[in-house]
Design a protein around this ligand. Structure first.
Ligand SMILES: [Cu+2]
Length: 146
């Protein structure tokens, strides 16, 4: 298991680093989208992440220029009731694909800079444990999308 890095320390390390790590993780992010409710201050972001490299890659957080707060959440159905809780880290094994999708893993965007409208692009920065990040652009889809 990996030690749990304090998100803030990880952030500072990233800001201070002049360049990324020696090996850039082979993380492929596809199908990034955001489900937005009209006028809402929160929205959920989804994407599919594939680790094409030979070492495990761990997402330690997410940021967005359009949201004051972005967190990885996991929805679960307990006794027919849906609940969600934060996931501090998301590990992707070599060769593995992890899908963030409605009803499961998602990125919760809170305190949005403005209400999102379908078609709009939302920048996401996926922070990697150990330094580095992956920039992703997610397209806003209507609330009815799944
Ligand atoms: Cu959530």
């Amino acid at each position: 298991m990996q030690t749990r890095a304090a998100p803030f320390a990880a952030c500072l390390a990233w800001l201070c680093a002049g360049h990324g790590g020696a090996q850039s993780p082979a993380l492929e992010v596809t199908d990034a989208w955001v489900r937005a409710a009209p006028g809402a201050e929160v929205a959920a972001a989804y994407f599919t992440v594939h680790n094409a490299g030979s070492i495990p890659v761990t997402l330690s957080g997410v940021r967005s220029a359009l949201a004051a707060s972005a967190m990885i959440h996991e929805s679960k159905l307990d006794n027919g009731r849906s609940s969600m809780r934060p996931r501090e880290q998301l590990s992707v094994a070599p060769g593995a694909t992890v899908r963030l999708a409605p009803g499961g893993l998602h990125v919760m965007l809170a305190q949005l800079a403005h209400p999102l409208t379908p078609g709009e692009e939302v920048p996401l920065l996926l922070l990697l444990a150990g330094g580095g990040s992956v920039a992703v652009t997610a397209r806003v889809r209507p609330l009815s999308a799944d």
